[in-house]
Ligand binder design. Structure first.
Ligand SMILES: NC(=O)c1ccc[n+]([C@@H]2O[C@H](COP(=O)([O-])OP(=O)(O)OC[C@H]3O[C@@H](n4cnc5c(N)ncnc54)[C@H](OP(=O)(O)O)[C@@H]3O)[C@@H](O)[C@H]2O)c1
Length: 252
């Protein structure tokens, strides 16, 4: 499955006899930004393995797949995010087994042209909203001694690209949050994985000014969103004793 697409995966070794996959039948999952792009592919991949999935986005998904429930929320608005948490816990009867923090924005400008508003949007949607969802669901996951928190980072969470001031600040921040989380949840039964893709062919590029876009990778050099969904599925279906700490993906 993900093996071919995964450029590098660091897995914490454990005393496991055979790497049997954990089925997701009966499991629950939440994917933010599930209406388009990587999130939509991930929602569908998780639902196809039998998970009950809640997809969170502003528009919600007008054509949710079987087993998928759409919750409308604007994650730039903390009150809307808090209402979404309440709605998710109501429909799932508690925190999900799998949380995929995926919704994100991508606005490019050099440092001196990055406005406070651009920085605030990137930090709110790409970092503060994931943080709020983790804070909301982690206590319940710990109590159950089961749960998986997946963060969709980026190649820009570990490599500095000119023009990525706000985006890199948010994605390096997400990596930091992920690493601290991993350090804190060891032995709790809760796992965390950071998936860091290079360019993926989604609508996120459509928002960029065409002059900027001309200097960026063209569509043929991008990953398909399904490659990222495969990596998420790989991470969350390992045996319980295995933690997939990080997966970096790039186009071969
Ligand atoms: N595409 C790439 O090249 C690439 C590469 C590396 C990492 N990533 C990361 O992958 C993640 C997904 O990116 P994508 O390319 O799939 O993006 P996308 O095609 O633009 O989709 C973004 C998703 O997030 C939702 N969303 C946006 N703003 C929201 C808000 N305020 N509240 C709630 N939901 C919101 C959108 O739904 P609504 O508009 O309906 O709200 C949509 O479902 C992001 O974190 C991005 O940084 C992308």
């Amino acid at each position: 499955m993900a093996g071919r697409a995964v450029a590098a995966a660091r897995t914490r070794s454990a005393a496991v006899a055979a790497p049997l996959a954990t089925p997701l039948a009966g499991a629950t999952a939440v994917v933010t930004g599930g209406s388009r792009g990587i999130g939509r592919a991930t929602v569908r991949a998780l639902a196809a393995t039998g998970a009950r999935v809640v997809s969170v986005s502003r528009s919600a998904d007008r054509e949710p797949a079987a087993g998928v429930l759409a919750v409308a929320a604007d994650l730039l608005d903390p009150a809307s995010a808090a209402r979404a948490v309440g709605e998710i816990e109501r429909v799932l009867g508690g925190p999900p087994d799998v949380l995929v923090n995926n919704a994100g924005c991508f606005d490019l400008a050099p440092v001196e042209d990055t406005s406070s508003a651009m920085l605030a949007s990137a930090l709110t949607l790409n970092l503060a909203a994931p943080f709020a969802l983790i804070r909301a669901f982690l206590p319940g996951m710990r109590a159950r001694r089961r749960g998986h928190i997946v963060s969709i980072g980026s190649i820009a969470d570990h490599i500095a690209f000119p023009g990525n001031a706000a985006y890199a600040a948010s994605k390096f921040g997400m990596r930091g949050l992920h690493e601290v989380l991993r350090a804190e949840i060891g032995g709790s039964g809760v796992r965390a994985s950071l998936i860091s893709p290079a360019a993926v062919g989604t609508t996120i590029w459509d928002t960029l000014d065409p002059a900027t876009r001309a200097r960026l990778p063209d569509a043929a050099a991008m990953l398909d969103p399904s490659a990222v969904a495969d990596a998420v599925l790989f991470a969350v279906t390992r045996p319980e004793a295995v933690s997939v700490d990080e997966i970096r993906l790039s186009r071969s």
